[in-house]
Design a protein around this ligand. Sequence first.
Ligand SMILES: [Zn+2]
Ligand SMILES: [Zn+2]
Length: 287
Amino acid sequence: MIDLHIHSNHSDGYYTVKEILKMAEEENINTISFCDHNVLGAYEELKDMDIKKYYNGKIITGIEFDFVYDKRDFHILGYNFDVEKLKNSKFIDQRTKEDLMKEEEKNLEFFKEVCKTMGIKLSSDLKITKPSERANDIIKSDMQKHKENDDILDKILGKDRKNSFWLGQVTNPNSPFYIDFTKGLPTAVEIANEIHKAGGIVVLPHVFEYKSIDNIYFLNEMHKLNILDGIECIHSKHNKEQANFLINFCKQNNLIMSGGSDFHTDKRQTLGHTELGEILDKFCLKK
Ligand SMILES: [Zn+2]
Ligand SMILES: [Zn+2]
């Protein structure tokens, strides 16, 4: 079992690097990758750590970058790069923890206003208490605490509440929750060049997680750019049909297959697993 898509508290994950290593060891996951958003903090931390004390599997370097396409914020993964080479890239997020918290507080206020306008009930004590907290996560989880919001949440998060609030609403220009995070974001080509320059490979994650886009058109457009080495076929938001579509796409186009849970917290994902079961070794960046 592997998990090549894990977020730590260096970005918006709940757990520390050490906690995740211990969990991966307990769950017998033989290969993992921390893929924090636009930062390499997990790998800086691992440099000074006696890793074997916590985890005996293999760690593949990883990162999840934001890029702009068609005025929207999308994600792209880099793997197997040289951390020392990538860490000086201009696309690594250099904001301090204080900067981040201030921005998230601002976003939280905006979401509260939108909820008020839409008649969505929220608890009155919502605030950002640590740098790994994201306003969108706080709002998403609080909205679901109030029964009165059920009808409207059916539309926003789907009846099973599995739609991504971030990708379906916050980064979606057609949503009232939209915030334009694309200012200054690089393109997919710029990011891919940076990953390749650092000796890494470029993998397109969670193609089917984006809402209100033509996902297959998007996949083809990305493929046409000739920057992709692989595709994340297995992901917590992909069903069997979608995973099979992507596996076939990889086979047809000679691309590497990848798989990860996109673990942020155990309330949302299970390390090494998706709904399709455990993530098999054949998705460990293999063709
Ligand atoms: Zn992502
Ligand atoms: Zn992710």
